[in-house]
Design a protein around this ligand. Structure first.
Ligand code: XIL
Length: 298
């Protein structure tokens, strides 16, 4: 069997990969994608700098290459990401206050409207919480437009595409810690006030161990009434790589509201973590031990 087909048999889950439009001419890459995966995320092509390179002028060519391929193969699409303090276009980086607020809401509205009906789940806001022990927001020009910027973004996305699941997505949230608890408190607040949030993405860029409370953390979010998704999984190569991949897979299957898992690339040579070999296929496209352990866990 394959990752996607096995995940689909487990309660209709997906097993996906981040892909790059620039690699879509590579037949080894495309063969693995089409054989194994039933969901895709654009690795960079739907980010703000790619989709709105100058103010109010939109560019969807590369995002569409990915989306059209996914649709033609029946793959779900995770939209990534409407707002993020990184990979902002140059024109927005120096902006602030109400001017930036209206530019960012316009961006959310226009991109979510363009892709309306095609997106399974959108990362509406990416990486807005600080690392470390504060549990608070990360400082950024987006945050300095006012603490309500995240809920304003979710309301704009909901108005533009009411059927997409709207997610908050972050990293270093792979267990119960100050950062994940800060996000948990925001989601609880949003649910209590009717802010339209549907899901939380756990990037899960992992090292050589997996927190023992990884599953418990997913479950506490699910218990708030949101779906959870593993959105950018990759694991440092090491003696534990296959076990960690399997542990994440089992944790997702054990949480009823965990919709699916996305790995952040196909082959090790496609990974943003250069030299870490953190994926399921080696640079020649062969299945690694980590692949076999994920497939057995599914
Ligand atoms: C990374 C891409 O993989 C790289 O190609 C790009 O140069 C930088 O961004 N968290 C995220 C992703 O949410 O968008 C990032 O993707 C990896 C970390």
């Amino acid at each position: 069997s394959t990752l996607g087909a096995s995940a689909a048999e487990r309660g209709g889950r997906y097993f996906g990969a981040a892909i790059a439009a620039g690699r879509m001419g590579d037949s080894t890459y495309m063969n693995i994608l089409n054989r194994e995966f039933n969901q895709v995320t654009a690795e960079n092509e739907m980010k703000w700098d790619a989709t709105e390179p100058s103010r109010n002028s939109f560019s969807f060519g590369n995002g569409d290459r990915i989306a059209n391929h996914a649709i033609s193969r029946g793959m779900k699409i995770r939209g990534h990401a409407l707002l993020w303090h990184q990979q902002m276009p140059t024109w927005a980086r120096g902006m602030e206050g109400s001017d930036l607020r209206s530019a960012m809401i316009n961006h959310v509205t226009r991109v979510a409207t363009y892709y309306r009906g095609k997106i399974h789940s959108w990362d509406v806001v990416n990486e807005a919480f600080a690392d470390g022990g504060s549990g608070g927001r990360r400082d950024s020009n987006l945050q300095r437009t006012g603490n309500d910027w995240i809920e304003a973004a979710f309301r704009a996305a909901d108005a533009a595409d009411p059927n997409a699941k709207l997610c908050y997505n972050d990293y270093n949230t792979d267990g119960i810690n100050a950062k994940s608890t800060g996000i948990y408190n925001m989601v609880r607040d949003f649910k209590s006030r009717g802010v339209p949030i549907d899901c939380v993405g756990f990037q899960s860029h992992l090292g050589t161990s997996l927190s023992s409370d990884y599953q418990a953390n997913l479950q506490r979010f699910a218990d708030l009434g949101v779906d959870v998704e593993i959105t950018e999984l990759d694991v440092a190569q090491g003696s534990n790589q296959a076990n960690i991949f399997a542990g994440v897979t089992r944790a997702c299957l054990n949480v009823a509201r965990c919709n699916g898992i996305t790995v952040w690339g196909i082959r090790d040579s496609d990974s943003w973590r250069t030299g870490e070999n953190p994926l399921l296929f080696d640079s020649s496209g062969n299945k690694k031990a980590a692949y076999n352990s994920v497939l057995s866990a599914l």
